[in-house]
Design a protein around this ligand. Structure first.
Ligand code: NAG
Length: 325
């Protein structure tokens, strides 16, 4: 099996990890804001409260390559020609991202662009993949220069990004980023290497992928695929054959679940736990749903540590990209 990741992708991942780490510090700001808003004297006067929350909208400048997990207003100003910039936004699994253009000063005729993408793209790989996203690929990009009347955008999942190219120093833009609740999260990138999630697809013909951008140990504790009566028990050893409703575990080096290696197929309901160690850079739990059933899978995961591999005979975890149910 293939197991090596390209050095470039590794670098990108390190970028993300560093940014996510730095951003955790900034979430403390939001907690402070909540404390301020709970002050009874302020609740007294709603106008004052509104002014306060507007005033306290978090502001900062945006870097050419950036990663954000908090709400706020962000401004980019080019100090030199910036030809390849991207900002990644991420929320909690139960959130979607909204992006509003407050001020845009770019030279569309001169070759600048400012695009929103519904998902993430890293090294040409997209999340969610086209097999999992409700919209066709062309509808997932919105270029400010081609549709200047569209000032706000809402993502379909907890990640979104913008790309931009600005030639003229001094040009730039300001955006406001907010996070809104999503009652039925489908596609998700986990913000953290450890966590627990229940994916539910209630009578919908769609596919959902939960992506963890770390090597992990996953424990599946519960799987319900509508048909509880063991109708399909005749051929248990053949695998699911990609037919009907099933859950698959994927591992790989890029973001796109449709390009990752399937390590396990689960098409029979069970109460776990079943444990899987995936020593790949990226791990995905994916559910394919016909819409005939209410499907649900619960799993927890933690970052792969050397001790998870038993006796570590090799010296690098990254050499492993294997299933071990
Ligand atoms: C879900 O994914 C499968 C492949 O795994 C694909 O054949 C099918 O068309 C997808 N369904 C939807 C609704 O996109």
């Amino acid at each position: 099996m293939r197991s090596r990741m390209s050095p470039a992708f590794k670098l990108q991942c390190h970028f993300i990890l560093i940014f996510l780490g730095a951003l955790r510090g900034e979430t403390r700001y939001l907690e402070l804001r909540e404390v301020a808003e709970a002050d009874p004297l302020l609740l007294f006067n709603t106008d004052l409260k509104r002014e306060l929350s507007e005033e306290q909208l978090y502001h900062r400048s945006l870097r050419c390559i950036d990663m954000l997990s908090i709400e706020g207003q962000f401004t980019f100003t080019a100090e030199q020609p910036q030809l390849q910039c991207a900002a990644f936004f991420i929320g909690e699994p139960e959130e979607v991202i909204s992006i509003q253009y407050d001020l845009v000063s770019v030279d569309c005729q001169g070759g600048d662009f400012l695009k929103v993408f519904d998902g993430w793209i890293l090294k040409g790989e997209k999340f969610p993949s086209s097999q999992d996203h409700p919209l066709p690929m062309s509808d997932r990009y919105i270029d400010f220069c081609e549709s200047e009347n569209i000032r706000t955008f809402s993502s379909s999942q907890n990640v979104a990004m913008i790309f931009f190219r600005i030639h003229e120093p001094g040009n730039g833009f300001t955006i406001t980023v907010k996070k809104n609740p999503n009652l039925f999260p489908c596609n998700v990138i986990s913000q953290t290497p450890n966590g627990r999630f229940t994916m539910v697809i209630p009578h919908q013909h769609r596919n959902c992928s939960f992506s963890i951008i770390y090597p992990v140990v996953i424990k599946i504790s519960d799987l319900i695929l509508g048909h509880l009566n063991g109708l399909q028990l005749k051929k248990p050893s053949v695998g699911c054959g990609g037919i009907g409703d099933f859950v698959e575990l994927l591992g790989g080096t890029g973001l796109d679940p449709s390009k990752m290696m399937p390590f396990a197929d689960l098409c029979y309901p069970f109460h776990g736990p079943a444990q899987l160690t995936i020593g790949c850079d990226n791990t995905v739990v994916r559910m394919v749903s016909s819409g005939k059933h209410v499907n649900r899978v619960t799993f927890e995961y933690h970052q792969l540590e050397p001790y998870d591999l038993g006796s570590p005979s090799g010296n690098s975890i990254k050499e492993y990209c294997f299933p071990s149910i």
